[in-house]
Write a protein that binds this ligand. Structure first.
Ligand SMILES: [Zn+2]
Length: 136
């Protein structure tokens, strides 16, 4: 028996940008300011399940999100991750990272190393505006 896919059934996402192929959402996790996710609208498991055109379109959205987060938040690093071990539905994590965040240099899914200091404020609407300007 398979449980329903949480990305196919999600109803409470904070969508920043929506296209026919994918959506960009604001994860809105207070521990990870600026964390966004690019999610394929259809349920497919691997990037190589997609046509070359659709792969390119997804990555264009990932890179646009990365650039916007860099420009607005000036992180020390951007983490891009596509795992899908738990939810095998194509999605890319776009995660701004700072040397003073609670886990740096480990991945956000590791154990914390220290408390956060100087957590940046994030303007969710500005990210949405810039995604629209960048992706059309
Ligand atoms: Zn799904």
């Amino acid at each position: 028996m398979t449980s329903p896919c949480p990305l196919c059934t999600a109803s409470d996402e904070e969508i920043l940008y929506l296209s026919d192929l994918y959506r960009v959402i604001f994860v809105n996790d207070p521990d990870w300011p600026g964390f966004c996710r690019v999610i394929l609208n259809d349920h497919m498991s691997e990037m190589t399940d997609l046509t070359m055109e659709d792969r390119s379109a997804i990555m264009r959205a990932v890179y646009a999100t990365e650039l916007i987060l860099r420009d607005l938040l000036h992180p020390d690093k951007i983490n891009l991750a596509s795992l899908g071990n738990v939810v095998p539905h194509i999605h890319w994590h776009v995660i701004p990272r700072w040397k003073n965040d609670s886990h740096f240099p480990d991945p956000i899914w590791a154990s914390p190393k220290r408390p956060w200091s100087n957590k940046p404020a994030v303007d969710q609407q500005e990210i949405a505006n810039r995604l629209k300007a960048s992706l059309g």
